[in-house]
Design a protein around this ligand. Structure first.
Ligand code: DGL
Length: 268
């Protein structure tokens, strides 16, 4: 089974891409809706919450867990991979969304001027700068925290003039840097992709998590048959939330774009 973790609903956009491109596997999704958003929390708290979520998914039988949340990938993944897994679960894997997006960014960037937008925690972590520089030391990276975008998406304000005004205000700051590629470093931003592309103009490529991370997962499983062989393939998807299952079912459909059959409460 593949586990997909997010601080709330947003990671369902990533799960949707997995279900489309890798439908043969079983998935368990966990949204920590009771404690969302993670984007303004401290590193210690994000690590503690993410570790609990990973333990929950491992206990459900997941061999591989994808941190669909950019904030968790930025603030908790390294410690989970370097300290937690070797000590407690040496045979399981946890992957994030930052490295796949950084690799895709380097691949498509024409002039090595890459913008990244995300939550405050993701941008302040500097993780995209670090990962992009590892791949291409001369790359110029311009980060912009956009803390108002997650609530705008969750409130269904995409496309409203007020939302576009806020989006323009954030994006103009990095548009001025003449970036040729923009990484959407947050689960919620694919919902704004059309508006973002319009504002950034046709000379800027916009990369989103779901398309990029699902392609990278296909590639990862091909390169790691020892993990791939241990994944179950019954085409099941189970859903857990730390908050109200009925609300998750209702709002989650917007992110997943199909009816979620049954949602269970997770106690972390
Ligand atoms: N899932 C988070 C991310 O991708 C956004 C929501 C939050 O702040 O928890 O960074």
């Amino acid at each position: 089974m593949i586990g997909v973790f997010d601080s709330g609903f947003g990671g369902l956009t990533i799960l949707r891409a997995f279900l489309t491109k890798l439908p043969q596997y079983d998935y368990t999704y966990l949204g920590d809706n009771a404690r969302t958003p993670y984007g303004n929390k401290s590193q210690a708290v994000i690590y503690a919450y993410t570790r609990q979520a990973v333990e929950f998914l491992f206990a459900r039988g997941c061999v591989l867990v994808i941190l669909a949340c950019n904030t968790a990938s930025a603030k908790a993944l390294r410690r989970i991979q370097q300290e937690f897994l070797p000590a407690a679960y040496p045979d399981r894997r946890v992957l994030g969304v930052v490295i796949p997006l950084a690799e895709a960014g380097i691949k498509v960037s024409r002039y090595g001027r890459i913008g990244v937008i995300g939550t405050r925690a993701t941008i302040e972590s500097g993780v995209y700068e670090q990962e992009l520089a590892k791949l291409s030391p001369d790359v110029k990276v311009f980060g912009q925290a956009c803390p108002l975008l997650v609530p705008l998406v969750e409130e269904g304000w995409v496309g409203k003039p007020e939302a576009n005004m806020i989006l323009k205000k954030y994006l103009y700051r990095i548009k001025r840097k003449k970036i040729d590629t923009l990484i959407l470093g947050c689960t919620h931003y694919p919902f704004l992709q059309k508006d973002i592309e319009r504002i950034m103009g046709k000379n800027c490529r916009v990369l989103n998590g779901p398309d990029t991370v699902s392609d990278k997962l296909i590639d990862y499983l091909e390169r790691h048959p020892e993990i791939q062989r241990r994944l179950t393939c019954k085409r099941n998807a189970a859903f857990f939330t730390t908050d109200d299952p009925d609300r998750f079912e209702l709002l989650g459909q917007k992110f997943l774009r199909y009816n979620i059959p049954q949602v269970n409460r997770a106690l972390l």
